[in-house]
Design a protein around this ligand. Sequence first.
Ligand code: ADP
Length: 255
Amino acid sequence: FMVRIAPLALPERAKPLYVMTFRDISELRRIDRMRSDFVANASHELRTPLASLRGFIETLLGPARNDTKAQERFLQIMLEQANRMSRLVDDLLSLSRLELKAHLAPAQTVELAPVLTHVRDSLAPLAAELEVDVRLHLPDDGVEVVGDRDELIQVFENLIENACKYGQEGKVVDVALRKLDNGAEVSVIDKGPGIAPEHVPRLTERFYRVSVADSRSKKGTGLGLAIVKHILTRHRARLIVRSDLGQGTEFTVRF
Ligand code: ADP
């Protein structure tokens, strides 16, 4: 609590009176702590690839100076680390841009079917590399929502990319668009390993990744679902996660 004491203005010679106010600042404290945790996490995530880049540069300048085979291998790893840093900076910028316009409601009319087709096409190279078949299920009639087209593309890119990466072993990802009486919904369904229930409520936290194995073997920043949540909040849409271990996962966006 923040406590303030102020004297009351009273006619002369009256007994002095004071007003004491208590203000609950636990929410402000919480936001402050979240902000500093976020900066600490972001710095740590950037520092790791940076340290590795420095190590490789030192090796290339020293012991590996004349070893062309090693040089090629190290340069390849350095390129991957640099790509990782760019992905991270892009995601951090997306988050901060979204925070800046959090109070502005998006106002375009967006047809969802072309958005989903666009995302499927732009992820085709990744899906091919992972040998996953992304199948779209679109109704005959158009389905529109009020929103921001680029942001919705980002939402479905993140969800479908995750389904391909983490549900790779299921081989297929189904994306279904449905019109509802008072809105619309899109489900992204994979037949991968699923997510244990204790992780589900934390998935949209910044930098949250389910397992160390995920963070080692699958490219990602841990910011994808945090970005999804921010965008959906602006759109007054909900993210519903259903997952069964060993069966697969379904992320549904309900507008
Ligand atoms: P990342 O950049 O790690 O993909 P996200 O915020 O997009 O970050 O996802 C957070 C974590 O949620 C992932 O690291 C992964 O462990 C888990 N996850 C997301 N989507 C799926 C999915 N379809 N199946 C299983 N796990 C998933």
